[in-house]
Design a protein around this ligand. Structure first.
Ligand code: 5GP
Length: 200
């Protein structure tokens, strides 16, 4: 069946299961690819160049910036992070879809660029959709973050404050999903993708 290639932007506060949901979607849809961001920070632990991030020097990042290669970029804790436009266009050109895992600020920049600077027939705009994944509640998110046992109390408080700020902007997204039950949230995402791509 002929389906429309999608450009999917997904955001969620940390602890909402976004990475798990994205991994499940990548398994489900063989023609869905994950957008690998560029960063100037050093790799951590088992991170691999070209898998987790494209790890670049500041000089190379600035060159790409000057070439207008980024759909959006940001400076976070003294390091640059950016989403390249070229690979997304390449993926959509061959009829595949791309999914981006990006925070609300980055997502707002991408949305603005796509909606205000691209013509309606551009594949990035024609296939655009964005989704915000909500936790069932801030109390439940606190329980999940505490249950993970990986973060110190002050880190958990910071994550919760960030989550509240991010959830306040959930209304900017085309779609919202509540991850109270992983399977239900996943099915809802699949339904959205199937409808938008013309599978359903
Ligand atoms: P980390 O260094 O922990 O992997 O990521 C730090 C922050 O950078 C996270 O909030 C993450 O969402 C953000 N980030 C990762 N990739 C990108 C990107 O391509 N663009 C923007 N704007 N932020 C990114």
């Amino acid at each position: 069946m002929e389906t429309k290639p999608l450009f999917i932007v997904m955001s969620a506060p940390s602890g909402c299961g976004k990475s798990t949901l994205i991994d499940m979607l990548l398994q489900e849809y063989p023609d869905l690819e994950y957008s690998i961001s560029c960063t100037t920070r050093a790799p951590r632990g088992h991170e691999e160049d070209g898998v987790d991030y494209h790890f670049l020097t500041v000089e190379r990042f600035r060159e790409l910036l000057a070439e207008n290669a980024f759909l959006e970029y940001a400076e976070v804790h003294g390091n640059y992070y950016g989403t390249l436009r070229g690979p997304i266009e390449d993926v959509l050109r061959v009829g595949h879809s791309m999914i981006l895992d990006i925070d609300v600020v980055g997502a707002a920049k991408v949305r603005h660029f796509v909606m205000c600077h691209l013509p309606p027939e551009d594949p990035l705009r024609a296939g655009y959709m964005d989704v915000f994944v909500n936790p069932p509640s801030l109390d439940e998110l606190r329980r999940r973050l505490e249950g993970r046992g990986t973060d110190a109390p002050d880190v958990i408080e910071r994550r919760l404050a960030n989550a509240e700020g991010e959830m306040a902007r959930a209304g900017e997204y085309m779609f919202q999903v509540v991850n109270d039950d992983l399977h239900m949230a996943y099915r809802r995402l699949c339904d959205l993708i199937d409808v938008r791509s013309g599978r359903m």
